[in-house]
Structures are given as structure tokens and as C-alpha cells.
Design a protein around this ligand. Structure first.
Ligand code: NAD
Length: 351
């Protein structure tokens, strides 16, 4: 399905041979919320702890982040040249929550840096279902709003399905609506959940081939685990999805060449569970004491895993940029009036 003629830059988004940028801030020097980050650690080279195991490649997000920023900036220029509006992202927060506020602050930094307007919109913690639905409809109808992200968690009186049902699919920059989730699983152009899409791009960036691999995804949420499993399958990995009620998590993980973990459980994936040389993509973000750590035992996996993303500094910096890119993509969708315009569809999958 060819893209419309006014999207000359879009095929770029499908190409993953991206430019490196040397201007990145070191992601480990960022401060997120109250937690400080191990700023002096050098993750730039493979780590060999001298135990005879494999050297572990550290898959940092920063090199990919630099090229994503360049891609986003040129796509914004293309969007505006084609008659689109300057992209504007609204983040909706109901009540207050430290992790949601920290995520919003990092979104704000990222958007500012790539030239996307970010508008925070706060609803009181007492907001009713009708309040949330009204806001989603108003934002959906506002031509000045390109993308909408509802920050989690919602207070208990607001069920998540309200967001699924009432968020405009054309502005659904984290790909959570039934339309985008369904289109993703059918291999149609869609706004893809930013965290798992960023994970795939990180693997591509480091040249990690997914075909013929046995992958295990720990976590089956609609925003991370489940779409990550879909994307891996589309890239020819053979995927097992694990969750809280998986009988033998360690046994499943031990068979995997690639482990993606998004459980929100610090130290869940240990060296004993990992096949030597396997790749570990850690999406977890956990505050432990004054530090942010992932779901994998990073230190313990050095010299066992073949490659691993650090937390912080691995998948995180890529997520916010994919969200920014999705906001620009939503601008193209608005211009073309359809999700068909956000990206190129997957090629037909041979048997
Ligand atoms: P969620 O709570 O919606 O889902 C967690 C999933 O993990 C569930 O399916 C659950 O069954 C599974 N799980 C939890 N504990 C488990 C255990 N002990 N064994 C096996 N399975 C277990 O969470 P989510 O929104 O998917 O987020 C997961 C993690 O990813 C969190 O730490 C979150 O902060 C982080 N996150 C990171 C990014 C990023 O950019 N890196 C983005 C979004 C979320």
C-alpha cells in the first residue's frame, strides 16, 4: 500500500539505519523524581567480569535516541511543509501519582527538546467517569490537539476501558485503543505503543536479529508485554508470554535467546534463569531506596547475558522519543484523515 505523495519522509521511519548523534546527554546523569541515578557508571563498553562467561554488551538507548531526535525534527518540518499543524501533545493526569508525574516530566523534557508542544492537563482525583469522557471527547474534537496520552494509574473509580473506548484512535499516541491494538496485531499501519516499539528499534539498532530466536516476554499488559510479543512475532521470533500465573517462569526463561521483561518487579530475572549469551531487554522501572532499577538483576547478569539494557539508560530514553515520533505520526494521520497514513504496512508474511 503506497503512502500518499505528501509523505516523502515517512519511509525513513521504517528504516532503522539511522544517524548517530554525538550530542546526547549521558542518560545516567538524569534525575528522575526523587531517585538518583548511578551517574558515574560507564556502560559504554562490553562488560567482562572475568568469570569466564561471555562479555555482556550494554545496550544503551542514547545512540538511538540521538538518531530518533534527528528523524523527528525532520518529520515535523515535513508535516508542516505538507500543510499540517505543529504537533501538540496533551498529557492527562487524574489526581497525582509520583511515577506518573516523573514520566510526565520526562515527556516534557523530550518534547521540548524536539520542538513539540506539550500541554499538561490535570483532573482532580475525584473526577467522575463523565468528567473523563467529556475531556477525552473535547480533546478528540479539538483540531489543535495532535496527540493525547492518559497517564496511569487512574484512580479506582475510573476504569481503564473508558480510555480505550473514548480516546480518539487518530490521537492515541500510545496505541492503546482497540483500533490501534487491533491494527497492530493485523500488521496494518497504526500508532504503536511506544515502549515495545522502542524496544524493537533498540534491538535493530544493535543489530540483534530476531528471526529464529526463541523469545520470552514476562508481562502481558496492553501497553508493554502484549504488544511487544506481537511485534516480536511479526519479526519472526517464536514467542512465549509469561505472567504472574506462569507455572515455571525460570524454566520458560531459561530456554530463551531473548528475554523481554516488563513486570514492575525488581530483581525478578536472575542469572540462574538466563541462558548464557541470551539478550535481556529490561523495561521495568522500580524505585528501590533512592535508586531506579529494572526487573532484571543487572549486576548478576553481567558475564552471563550476551547483551542487556541498563536501567536507567536503556529502553527508557527511547520510549519518550517514540512517543514524540508518534505525536508527529498522529499529525500525519490528522492530515490524511486516516491511520493508513502513519507508517508503511508490514509486508505480507510468508508461511
Ligand atoms: P502492569 O502492572 O500493567 O503489568 C505487569 C505484568 O507483569 C502483568 O502481566 C503481570 O502478570 C506480570 N508480572 C508481574 N509480576 C510478575 C512475576 N513476579 N512473575 C511473572 N509475571 C509478573 O505493568 P506495565 O504497565 O506493563 O509496566 C511494567 C513495567 O514496565 C513497570 O515497571 C513499568 O514502570 C515499566 N514501564 C517501562 C516503560 C519504559 O519505557 N521502560 C514504559 C512503561 C512501563
Amino acid at each position: 500500500m503506497p503512502g500518499p505523495p505528501f509523505f516523502p519522509a515517512l519511509p525513513l521511519w521504517w528504516r532503522l539505519e539511522l544517524l548517530y548523534s554525538k550530542k546526547d546527554d549521558h542518560p545516567l546523569r538524569h534525575r528522575i523524581g526523587v531517585a538518583t541515578i548511578d551517574a558515574d557508571r560507564d556502560f559504554s563498553t562490553p562488560s567482562d567480569p572475568g568469570n569466564g562467561g561471555p562479555e555482556t554488551r550494554i545496550l544503551r538507548g542514547a545512540p538511538l535516541a540521538g538518531s530518533l531526535r534527528a528523524e523527528i525534527e525532520s518529520s515535523i518540518a515535513t508535516l508542516i511543509a505538507a500543510g499540517g499543524r505543529p504537533p501538540r501533545l496533551v498529557t492527562v493526569l487524574v489526581g497525582s501519582h509520583p511515577s506518573a508525574e516523573a514520566y510526565r516530566a520526562s515527556i516534557d523534557r523530550t518534547m521540548r527538546r524536539v520542538g513539540i508542544e506539550h500541554v499538561p492537563l490535570d483532573l482532580p482525583v475525584t473526577a467522575s467517569e463523565a468528567d473523563l469522557v467529556r475531556v477525552l471527547h473535547e480533546l478528540g474534537a479539538d483540531p489543535g490537539v495532535t496527540g493525547i496520552l492518559v497517564l496511569m494509574p487512574l484512580p479506582p473509580q475510573l476504569p481503564l476501558w473508558l480510555v480505550f473506548e473514548h480516546l480518539s484512535p487518530l490521537k492515541d499516541v500510545d496505541g492503546i485503543t482497540p483500533t490501534n491494538a487491533g491494527r497492530l496485531s493485523l500488521g496494518l499501519p497504526s500508532l504503536r505503543p511506544s515502549t515495545p516499539q522502542g524496544g524493537i528499534e533498540l534491538l535493530d539498532h544493535y543489530g540483534i536479529d530476531l528471526s529464529w530466536t526463541r523469545a520470552v516476554v514476562i508481562g502481558r499488559s496492553n501497553v508493554v508485554g502484549r504488544p511487544f510479543a506481537t511485534l516480536l512475532t511479526q519479526r519472526d521470533a517464536t514467542v512465549t508470554v509469561c505472567h504472574r500465573k506462569t507455572v515455571d517462569l525460570a524454566g520458560e526463561v531459561r530456554r530463551a535467546d531473548l528475554v523481554g521483561v516488563a513486570a514492575g518487579c525488581a530483581g525478578l530475572v536472575t542469572a540462574e534463569m538466563i541462558k548464557a549469551g541470551a539478550t535481556v531487554l529490561d523495561f521495568g522501572v522500580n524505585v528501590v531506596g533512592d535508586k531506579i532499577v529494572g526487573d532484571a538483576d543487572f549486576e548478576g547478569l553481567l558475564g552471563v547475558a550476551g547483551a542487556i539494557t541498563p536501567v536507567p539508560g536503556g529502553t527508557g530514553p527511547v520510549t519518550a522519543l517514540v512517543l514524540a515520533r508518534n505525536t508527529v505520526a498522529a499529525g500525519f494521520a490528522a492530515l490524511g484523515g486516516s491511520l493508513d497514513h502513519v507508517e508503511l504496512p508490514l509486508a505480507a508474511v510468508p508461511c
